[in-house]
Design a binder for this molecule. Structure first.
Ligand code: MN
Ligand code: MN
Length: 470
């Protein structure tokens, strides 16, 4: 394999930025330093000019609902992995999507679902990837199988406190404890089912069926009380827990209190909570509003400010996308015909816009330093999700590297993106910064803004630990 010398860029780590060259040998970072120029004379070394560019570790997106290939749509998984690469993501974690009716096997058994998912994604990704299994309350014995999935390289799983495939409290607690005792970590979707189911039923009974009632029936209090309970379970079990897609100040306060009292509570937020607000629902056009039917829903400007503060002060550990490749023309099509909000497919695409949004809205607007951004998008997600070779430009780690032009300006449109959805929640966003080139284990996947990778070059990454071990 060719060696690379990335010259003249600004290498960014979670701790500092410095002008340095990066030597890549056999897919790993071999050296980082200001004095590597002499190596450029070596014929076996390809020199990549990074003058004026940031040299970032590739983003690690730990929350996606990419769909596997089917006979009807053979490119779904691959194409979303290409989209991720275009956006500067070099590793993603996918869920196997129980609850969506996508796989009967995944509804019955974690191990059967894992086997099926591994087979369906084998040699199909453009970038490295891993899986986290969603635990459905419809499974016969989801907790009993958890020990075995850690041995299969799946150290995390996601459980829901809401929806008809939620886990009851007993199983939620047992799942958290079982995974934690094996060195893994449960990811929890925190929304209180009683408060939400009641509010949804009340709204529908009153004839309030438009998408904005999706938002008003999922209160920040319902998120906060569920977050509080998940934290209490983690404290009692003395295990780490990961709180997915935090959206509100009220829930963030629960995370702050948990961390202050020594609970190993880790939390993420998502770009849509950072860049959009509930004002998006205030349109008479139900198809437009349906684009933002996401759970938890978009929140107030005050909640958005709280999310940025949480990222800056360490209360939030990372940003992940919660990417759902729904299409207005397919999964959300019924919405344009005015079906009640509770029947609109939940989710929005985001796999390609993670770095773009966090850089432009965060670093570009002075809310985050570029070093903190690298921590939130790469270093912390890799550490907390057991991806020990990922997440930093450091000797010995995988050479997953993004060359990013901080001076570029562009406008996000669905037409300029590559994901398998047919819209972007960020349509028309005018942003700073652009991904120029992306390397995964030293292999070029994006060069000067064009995909140059090979389908199947992305490797499955097994993970045997997750969460802070302490
Ligand atoms: Mn969720
Ligand atoms: Mn999700």
């Amino acid at each position: 394999m060719a060696h690379l010398l990335i010259r003249g860029g600004t290498v960014v780590t979670a701790a500092a930025s410095h002008q340095a060259d990066v030597l890549v040998r056999d897919g790993s970072v071999a050296a980082v330093g200001a004095d590597l120029g002499a190596l450029a004379a070596d014929a076996a070394v390809e020199v990549v000019d990074a003058t004026g560019l940031l040299v970032l570790p590739g983003a690690v997106d730990v929350h996606t609902h990419t769909r596997v290939a089917t006979e009807a749509e053979p490119d779904r998984f691959f194409q979303d992995s290409v989209a991720a690469a275009y956006g500067g993501t070099t590793t993603f974690l996918a869920f196997n999507n129980p609850g969506t009716g996508s796989s009967p096997a995944a509804e019955r058994s974690l191990l059967a679902g894992l086997k099926e998912w591994r087979a369906a994604t084998e040699r199909d990704s453009a970038i490295d990837y891993a899986v986290s299994l969603a635990i459905s309350g419809r499974m016969d014995d989801p907790v009993g199988e958890l020990a075995k999935i850690v041995d299969e390289g799946v150290a995390t799983a996601k459980a829901f406190m809401v929806f008809d495939f939620r886990l009851d409290d007993r199983r939620l607690f047992d799942a958290m404890r079982m995974l934690g005792s094996r060195g893994g970590m449960l990811q929890v979707h925190c929304e209180d089912p009683v408060l939400i189911d009641t509010a949804v039923a009340d709204a529908l009974a009153r004839g309030n069926t438009a998408p904005r009632f999706h938002a008003s029936s999922r209160s920040t209090e319902a998120e906060a009380v569920a977050t509080h309970r998940a934290v209490a379970f983690a404290r009692a079990a003395d295990v780490p827990v990961h709180l997915v897609h935090l959206s509100s100040r009220a829930a963030l306060e629960q995370v702050r209190a948990a961390k202050a009292s020594g609970v190993r509570a880790h939390a993420e937020t998502c770009p849509h909570y950072l860049a959009l607000t509930a004002a998006r629902y205030e349109t008479p056009d139900v198809e437009t509003a349906a684009r933002y039917v996401i759970s938890p829903p978009l929140r107030s400007a005050g909640d958005q400010d709280a999310m940025w503060s949480g990222l800056a002060d360490g209360s939030l550990d990372l940003v992940a996308t919660d990417h759902v490749p729904d299409r207005l023309s397919v999964e959300k099509a019924e919405a344009s015909r005015g079906v009640p909000f509770d029947r609109i497919s939940n989710g929005a695409p985001g796999i390609e816009t993670l770095l773009s949004i966090v850089y432009a809205e965060g670093v570009g607007k002075g809310r985050l330093t570029v070093e903190r951004m690298v921590d939130l998008l790469a270093t912390s997600p890799a550490r907390l999700f057991g991806l020990e070779r990922k997440g930093a430009i450091e000797v010995g780690r995988d050479a997953d590297i993004v060359l990013f032009d901080p001076a570029a300006r562009r406008t996000l449109t669905a037409g300029s993106l590559h994901h398998t959805s047919d819209y972007t929640p960020y349509e028309g966003f005018s942003i700073t910064g652009a991904v120029r080139s992306v390397f995964v284990r030293g292999r070029p996947v994006i060069r000067n803004g064009a995909y140059v990778g090979t389908r199947g070059d992305g490797r499955f990454v097994g993970r045997t630990t997750a969460g802070d071990s302490g």
